[in-house]
Each structure stands twice: as structure tokens, then as C-alpha cells.
Design a protein around this ligand. Structure first.
Ligand code: ARG
Length: 377
């Protein structure tokens, strides 16, 4: 069952930013095509391809990637993601080529199909769905949600927040478009799609497309009573995929979770679910002094609960020790292939036990490469 709720754009819905109808930079296109052929020596036909692209850019202001170029470009965009610790498997990224989908409704349907396929009943698959690029003549649709699955955040009368404070603005936008949440702590927000022209589309995400894991602890029965949960698939939906001078503004992609993203950030950060004190109290820790390290203790138990619960539910999740080692494997593989592997230390080092993981004890090349996933504005 899929429901569309369309409504006129009220005042508090942000108007679409002015169209980014820029002409494709031919030099970027050429650089990408050379990279593609350097890594696919048997493909052949590079001179003709370069000629065709130069002609298309001169005539139409842009060009169209072949399926093979698109797949390669998306995978290399992952490879070039300086903030991502999980890049070892960049070659396995599955690319759903949906460049022919043009309507907001079509985009919403593809997002839901993406979630279903990526979830795989718990065996999470890294996938990107590539929707139409911006062209000089037409701005492509955008997804306003920063991830396909987001929990609503509601401001309460006493100034507090129920749900995820990070999504207060997105929740208000959905409400302004006619959505009504149930006021719970983990209400999945609808997708909000800004089409090429016209008002945004609000699209409900069917419950069976969103796998969630209720959290429990292997040793403390009371942990389940906290009523905490998280969704299985982190699918970023507000970044542009930039390949060879072409911008795909709507290209949701996902990997699987590393436990600390949930246990040491989403549920622990003071400006997110802020659960450390709750957990510490139930553990009976001394919260009257920092020197009891109650925060650290609670943080570890929260992270134990995340990893344990995902594993019991049969949902792919990795721990930060394993993922750190994999990242160093990736780094040496890249170096052996004659490439630099740029990385952002402040994002790569896990938010829990940083110095216990090997990624802490070194520096990284910080260059910024394309193809890439980028935030435009
Ligand atoms: N940190 C974000 C979150 O907690 C997700 C970012 C992407 N993570 C990933 N494992 N691919 O929702």
C-alpha cells in the first residue's frame, strides 16, 4: 500500500533553491573518462568517446554517461569518501540505474524499492540508486530528507523534544505539508521529494520497507524496558553524486551500520537521544562525579546492546575494532594499486575507544578527489 499526500506549499516549507543549471565542465568530463580508461585498459575507444563528449557538451551543455561509466563513477565516489571508514568493499557497490525516472512519485517509489533491496531481510547490501542528473535545461528532483529513514522530533510544551532532535526541522516541514505524526520517540518520517517543477511531494514510507531493531542487552533484562530501537539501513539521501562534471542530486546510497554510529552518537549525543544518564542510573553508577567514569561505562554498555541486538536480529552490523582493521587493509590495497587513499582523521577515528583502534595512530592524505558524494549548500 502506498499513499501519496500532495498539498500546496505552505509558507514554512523551504522553497527550492534556485536552479543549478550549470553547463558541464568539459575538463572534468575528460578527466573522468581518462580515469575510467586507465582503470579499464581493455575497454578501448577512448579517443572516440572523448570526441563524442566534446561534441555533446558543445551542443547540449552536457553528456550522458554509459552504464559502465556510471557504475564505475559511483563506486569511485565511495572510494573517494574521505569520511567513510567502510571503503574496503567499494567495488561491491550495487548501482541501480534509474536515470529514466523523472517524476517525484517515481523517485519516492525508487527510494522504497532501494530500502527493500538494501535491507535484504537483514543481510544489508551497499547500494546506490542513481536518479536523473541536473541538466542545463532542467533541474532534477531532490530528496529533502537527509536519510531515507529518519525519526521525527517533536518540540514539547516545556521546551523539550520527543524523538530525534536532529530532525525537528524536517518534522516541521512534513507537518506543514499535511503529515501528522503519532508523537512517539521513533516515528518514521515521510519522504519529501522536491520535483523539477511544482510543489514538494510527501510520501509515506511503508512500514514493511523499514527494518528496525529493538535494543536489548545480553546481561541486563531492564535494558529492553528503555524502549530504544534503531533502523537497520543508513541511507544518505541528500548528497549529490558528482561524476565527470555531471551532478546527480538524487542518488541515495547506503552501507551497513558500524555499531558506534548508533550507540556512541545517535543514542548518546547530548543533542540527540541523550541516553547516557538514563543507562548509568539503571546501572546504579555514581553520576555525582565525573571521576567514576559513569559516562564511559554507560557508553560501553549501550554499544554492547546495539551490537548484540543487531546480531540477534540477524541484521548486518560491524564493530569499530573490526572496521578499523578493514580500513587499514583497504589503505594498503589502495597504495599497492598505486593510488592515494585520502581520509579525514576526525571522521575515521571511531567515537568510542579511539586510541584502542589502529586508525588512531597515524595521519592520512587529505586531498579531495572526484568522482565524489558532495553536499551542495
Ligand atoms: N552516521 C549516520 C547515522 O548514524 C550514517 C552515516 C552512514 N553510515 C554508514 N554506515 N554507511 O545514521
Amino acid at each position: 500500500m502506498r499513499t501519496w499526500i500532495r498539498s500546496l506549499r505552505p509558507h514554512d516549507v523551504p522553497a527550492a533553491p534556485v536552479a543549478a543549471r550549470r553547463v558541464t565542465d568539459l575538463r572534468e568530463a575528460e578527466r573522468f573518462i581518462r580515469l575510467y580508461h586507465a582503470e579499464h585498459p581493455s575497454a578501448g575507444g577512448m579517443p572516440a568517446r572523448l570526441r563524442d563528449i566534446a561534441r555533446d557538451v558543445a551542443r547540449h551543455g552536457t553528456y550522458t554517461h554509459t552504464y559502465e561509466e556510471l557504475v564505475f563513477g559511483a563506486r569511485v565516489a565511495w572510494r573517494n569518501s574521505n569520511r567513510c571508514i567502510g571503503r574496503l568493499y567499494w567495488r561491491s557497490l550495487k548501482v541501480r540505474d534509474r536515470r529514466q525516472v523523472s517524476t517525484a512519485e517515481g523517485v519516492a517509489l525508487e527510494c522504497v524499492a532501494h530500502l527493500r533491496e538494501a535491507t535484504g531481510g537483514g543481510r544489508i547490501r551497499p547500494i546506490v540508486t542513481v536518479l536523473p542528473p541536473d541538466t542545463p535545461g532542467l533541474r532534477a528532483p531532490r530528496i529533502l530528507n537527509d536519510q531515507l529513514v529518519r525519526y521525527a522530533g517533536y518540540r514539547t510544551a516545556d521546551g523539550g523534544v520527543v524523538g530525534d532532535p536532529r530532525n525537528l526541522a524536517l518534522t516541521r516541514t512534513a507537518e506543514a505539508l499535511g503529515w501528522r505524526g503519532r508523537g512517539g520517540r521513533f516515528d518514521v518520517l515521510p519522504l519529501i521529494i522536491q520535483p523539477a517543477r511544482g510543489e514538494p511531494l510527501l510520501s509515506h514510507v511503508p512500514g514493511d520497507a523499514v527494518l528496525e531493531v529493538p535494543l536489548e542487552h545480553p546481561c541486563y533484562a531492564w535494558f529492553a524496558e528503555l524502549g530504544l530501537r534503531w533502523h537497520a539501513v543508513p541511507a544518505i539521501s541528500d548528497m549529490c553524486l558528482e561524476i565527470g562534471g555531471v551532478c546527480y542530486p538524487c542518488a541515495p546510497f547506503n552501507g551497513w551500520y558500524m555499531g558506534t554510529e548508533i550507540g556512541a552518537r545517535n543514542l548518546a549525543d547530548a543533542d540527540r537521544y541523550d541516553q547516557l544518564e538514563v543507562v548509568a542510573d539503571r546501572l546504579g553508577l555514581d553520576t555525582s562525579t565525573e571521576r567514576s567514569l559513569w559516562r564511559d561505562h554507560a557508553l560501553v554498555e549501550l554499544n554492547v546492546a546495539v551490537l548484540h541486538s543487531f546480531e540477534r536480529a540477524g541484521v548486518t552490523v560491524s564493530d569499530h575494532h573490526t572496521e578499523s582493521r578493514r580500513f587499514l587493509t583497504h589503505l594498503s590495497k589502495e597504495e599497492r594499486a598505486g593510488r592515494v587513499c585520502p581520509a579525514d582523521w576526525s571522521w575515521i577515528v571511531p567515537p568510542l575507544s579511539g586510541g584502542v583502534t589502529p586508525v588512531f595512530h597515524r595521519y592520512y592524505d587529505t586531498s579531495v578527489l572526484t568522482p565524489a558524494f558532495v553536499h551542495h549548500r
